[in-house]
Design a protein around this ligand. Structure first.
Ligand code: ATP
Length: 986
């Protein structure tokens, strides 16, 4: 028994990395476990993405390679079992195509599994994640200024899958949706759980995987993929900043420990190289540069010739390799990043699982390759200020990234030529982009306004890469000596034969279910898409309305601010007026005081006058009394009279002053009244404006709340619909693949036909019986008047359902038997082709729900040996076409059977029978509907005119479907006279 080239046990004992540099070609990107391993035919040509669901896998994936092989054998059941004589020496080698097709059936069945688990649904689309780094404290512009503002957000309702870039240089914000978006607050462990853990499971399932980080310089690529590489504070832990690589290997070794058991052994080999400029260098064997990249055979894939190989047995070994590789990598300080990677680094691990098959001497080897790629960052040299070596490096980096962009475009546009060889980088990544690997990309971006342009390019690249489809397969091999392999082969053949029926039944069931599911899914997808578009439009309108409302609110706020400042001014005016009023009041008070004083003076004068009068009277009395001594008193009298005149004048003057004061007082009062009423009016105005503003603000706030609620609920609906759309898209993909699988079966059936060579077939009885068994048990099994025979030649009674002497004579002569055999083969071909047609035709049917059902098809073949014509009609009226044959021996008939293809009314159809021709000259029945299919248009029409159908001789021999002739007219059961053989063959 041959063991793998490196003894795991020995290595385990040593517990150390083997730094051997192999002089041979080392398989960097090569899954081949060792030189001289088995031929490609031992490896399946289809991925089994749903393998993790099968009972053969444990929770952890592939604890047992035998289990995997069991599963594969179970999946291929139905190949040899179809043979009526499984031991036929030609059976196995005659059917490699069928074996391959049936080996692919697990993936067909997997497509039928309910959607939801992406890792097992069979979709190999590249997964794309976006990681937003925190804003840089040194200022993103790199000029040492203050930190820039953020321009990248995750809009609410985006489910952490959508980013919105509001770039000032663009009129519209840019949005895109990815598999997941990690914000600045999300740490290395969260990224590992979402991105890295899948790579471990892929490795354990024998599937290649690649992870690469992309983005502008300083965006966090090296931080994400490598980060801090050292042990954590606790035993077995990693640091918080440890990147994906070490975390992946820790989990990988945990999983290996879980899955390793008696008979199953794992080996892990690591490689690390960098692409600097266009030169490939081994980072683990310094000095080994200028290495060549080779495109090996199917197993080797892409590999770097002469790259050193390092066997590792635990995560600490890997940690040392990462540290060595990082130390040897080209890095330099730039304005954008203190430790900028100036090369692309590729860290590769090849994980092999070996299982010896007990006594048989056969060893199963399952292997997977994991690439962890840290791309150098793109940079705007104007911004980074690179000169000299840094400038040359930057140009080289940008050039290789541009080629990477062209490769992505070519793949997404499905161009014939993909320019992988235009740069070393893209050549190395060939398998990861569109090849045999499950690929994840983490696009690292900065949220800073300064980096908006670079972030935009990164997001556009990432959105494009999301559309790339890969075709990952399970890498498996079986090795052993020739005898052991032959024994194993024989055992597999026996297993294969045993399990045929189960698979056939499963396929039929799943096929029917898938068609129904696909029909519903397509319909729902269309509705969901329409709904999504409506919601998007509504969302956009709501955004616009919200922005308008915000603008209005801002204006109202501004008005309120203005009004407030006007109020303040008015308040100031009011205070001035109050002061002025107080001054006026003071002045009035002053005037009133002086008036009072004048009045007092007047009263005093009047008193004095009264007193004077009294004195005068006393004087007059005294004069009269002393008339004699009046002279002296005469002067006194005159003085007193003068006093009276003066005091009277003063009194008049005081009265005038009081009148003037009253006048001024009145004017002042009027002025004060006027100002007071002005003030009140302004106060009322201010109050009204404030109330109006408050009311408007309240109304706008309510509207904004309502709008926000409606936006949130619509976003939730949109998210839900997106989810549905995604799951339905998965169903549709499954369905389309299933159609492809059926097409392969048809091709195979055609190639193994027992018809004469002119009919494109072979005369192998084994091949022939396979076709019939396949057709009868799977497609023609139910309904109608009987079951078509499984055996190659016997059981004609079932075959000949129509009355007629010719049919009863059918199984007698050898030539009739040959015709019957050929007839059955044609039935199988027709059935298979109709199955494919139904699937194809389901698409226009779905696009036109409730439209007319399908389908009928008609094939004609010319038998060069006899010159006869075969016709096989297929249509949806539950009759099944046999064959028509004339000239020479007359044996043919129709068989009734029906075949239900889908649950939808109208998608029901069956295979029409052909024609029954009696012996020449005898009465014959045409029990045939001549079906015609136009695959280009996807429509099928039939004609009851055999003449019309037979006027397309160009299509004979080719299984090509004849173009439309006329609409359906059923002539079942109508006796008709045969045209002459000559006439029919023209
Ligand atoms: N998500 C993050 N959280 C914390 N720090 C980060 C994050 N992303 C990046 N950084 C820090 O930013 C700096 C630049 O990151 P890094 O070297 O990983 O960028 P890069 O994309 O690899 O750049 P280059 O292409 O120039 O090599 C580092 O100091 C790194 O620690």
């Amino acid at each position: 028994m041959t063991r793998p080239d490196t003894s795991l046990d020995t290595r385990r004992a040593a517990r150390s990395t083997t730094p051997a540099t192999s002089p041979r070609r080392q398989p960097l990107l090569n899954g081949t476990p060792r030189k001289g391993s088995r031929a490609p035919s031992a490896t399946p040509n289809h991925a089994t993405p749903g393998a993790a669901r099968t009972p053969f896998r444990s929770r952890s994936g592939i604890p047992s390679l035998t289990a995997l092989s069991e599963r594969r054998r179970a999946n291929t059941r139905g190949v040899t079992g179809i043979h009526s004589e499984p031991s036929s020496p030609r059976a196995a080698p005659a059917c490699p195509g069928l074996a391959d097709s049936l080996q692919s059936l697990p993936s067909t069945l997997d497509y039928l599994l309910p959607p939801g688990d992406d890792s097992t649904c069979g979709s190999d689309n590249v997964k794309v994640y976006v990681r937003v780094r925190p804003l840089d404290t040194r200022g993103e512009s790199g000029d040492g200024g203050p930190a820039a503002k953020a321009c990248l957000t995750c809009p609410p309702g985006g489910g952490r899958r959508t980013v919105l870039l509001a770039d000032a240089s663009r009129s519209e914000p840019y949005t895109a949706t990815f598999d997941q978006v990690f914000g600045p607050e999300e740490g290395q462990q969260q990224v590992f759980e979402a991105v890295g853990a899948q790579l471990v499971e892929n490795c354990m399932a024998g599937i290649n995987s690649s992870l690469f980080v992309y983005g502008q310089t300083g965006a966090g690529k090296t931080h994400t993929i490598t980060g801090e590489v050292e042990r954590g504070p606790e035993d077995g832990a990693v640091c918080e900043d440890t990147g994906l690589t070490l975390r992946i290997f820790r989990q990988l070794f945990d999983r290996i420990t879980e899955d390793e058991h008696d008979g199953v052994r794992f080996t892990v080999k690591c490689y690390n190289c960098e692409v600097y400029g266009e030169e490939v260098t081994d980072l683990l064997a310094p000095g080994a540069s200028g290495l060549q990249i080779r495109d090996g055979d199917q197993h080797q894939g892409i590999y770097v010739e002469g790259l050193s190989e390092h066997v590792v047995v635990n995560a600490d070994d890997v940690m040392q390799l990462i540290q060595r590789g990082s130390a040897n990598r080209h890095t330099a300080a730039t304005r954008m990043n203190e430790r900028s990677s100036r090369s692309h680094s590729v860290f590769t691990a090849v994980v092999e699982a070996h299982e010896e098959q007990g006594e048989s001497g056969v060893t199963h080897v399952q292997f997977a390759k994991m690439n962890l790629i840290d791309l150098a960052g793109s940079e705007r040299v104007g911004k980074s200020g690179a000169t000299g070596d840094r400038l040359t490096e930057a140009k080289g980096i940008n050039k290789s990234l541009t080629t990477l962009g062209r490769v992505v475009s070519a793949l997404t546009e499905r161009q014939q030529h993909v320019p992988y060889r235009d740069s070393r980088l893209t050549f190395l990544l060939k398998e990861s982009l569109g090849g045999n690997a499950k690929t994840s990309i983490v696009a690292c971006v900065s949220p800073s306004e300064d980096s908006a342009q670079e972030t935009h390019s990164t997001l556009v690249f990432a959105a494009g890469a999301k559309r790339i489809k890969n075709r990952a397969v399970v890498n498996e091999n079986t090795v052993g000596d020739m005898k052991a392999l032959q024994l194993e082969n024989a055992r597999l053949q026996r297993e294969l034969a045993k399990r045929e029926d189960v698979l056939a039944a499963e396929l039929r069931q799943h096929l029917a279910a898938a068609q129904g599911e696909a029909a519903g899914a397509e319909q729902r997808a269309a509705v969901a898409e329409e709904r999504q578009q409506q919601l998007e439009v509504a969302l956009t309108e709501n955004h616009v309305a919200l922005q308008q409302r915000n603008a209005e609110l801002a204006m109202v706020k501004k008005e309120a601010e203005d009004t407030k400042s006007t109020c303040q001014l008015l308040q100031k005016d009011r205070e001035g007026l109050i002061d002025h009023n107080a001054a006026l009041t003071e002045r009035v008070d002053g005037l009133q005081g002086s008036l009072q004083r004048s009045k007092d003076a007047l009263r005093q004068s009047q008193q004095e006058l009264a007193n004077a009068k009294e004195h005068t009277e006393a004087a007059i009395t005294a004069q009269r009394a002393a008339e004699d001594s009046a002279h002296s008193h005469e002067r006194e009298k005159e003085r007193l009279a003068d006093d009276v005149v003066r005091i009277s004048a003063e009194l008049a003057e005081s009265k005038k002053a009081q009148a003037a004061s009253d006048q001024a007082n009145k004017a002042l009062r009027r002025e004060v009244d006027q100002l007071t009423s002005d003030l009140r009016r302004r106060q009322r105005e201010v109050q009204d404006t404030q109330e109006l503003a408050a009311e408007k603000e309240g109304r706008l706030r309510r509207e904004i709340e309502e709008l926000s609620e409606s936006v949130a609920s619509r976003s939730a609906q949109l998210q839900e619909l997106e989810g549905k759309l995604a799951s339905e898209t998965v169903c549709t993909t499954k369905y389309r693949r299933m159609v492809g699988e059926i097409g392969k079966l048809i091709d195979w059936a055609h190639s193994t036909s027992p018809l004469p060579p002119t009919l494109g077939g072979r005369t192998s009885p084994a091949g022939y019986s396979s076709v019939m068994g396949f057709g009868s048990s799977r497609l023609f099994g139910g309904g109608g008047s009987g079951t078509v025979a499984v055996s190659p030649l016997g059981d004609a009674t079932n075959m000949w359902g129509l009355p007629g002497s010719a049919s009863r004579r059918a199984s007698t002569s050898p030539s009739k038997q040959r015709q019957m055999a050929a007839c059955r083969t044609l039935l199988a071909l027709a059935a298979l082709a109709t199955l494919a047609l139904s699937a194809n035709a389901a698409l226009p049917e779905l696009a036109n729900p409730g439209g007319p059902p399908f389908l009928s098809a008609y094939w004609k073949f010319e038998d060069a040996e006899t010159g006869g014509l075969w016709s096989v009609g297929v249509h949806n009226n539950s009759t099944f076409g046999a064959a028509e044959y004339y000239e020479g021996i007359y044996a043919s008939s129709g068989v009734y059977t029906s075949w239900e293809c889908g649950p939808e009314p109208g998608s029901y159809f069956a295979i029409a029978n052909a024609t029954y021709w009696g012996p020449e000259g005898a009465e014959a029945y045409t029990w045939c509907e001549y079906g015609v299919v136009d695959l280009d248009k996807g429509i099928i029409m039939t004609s009851d005119s055999e003449e019309e159908c037979s006027t397309a001789p160009d299509h004979y021999h080719t299984l090509t479907i004849i173009s439309p002739i006329s609409t359906n007219e059923n002539t079942c059961g109508t006796p008709t006279t045969l045209p002459s053989a000559e006439g029919r063959r023209k």
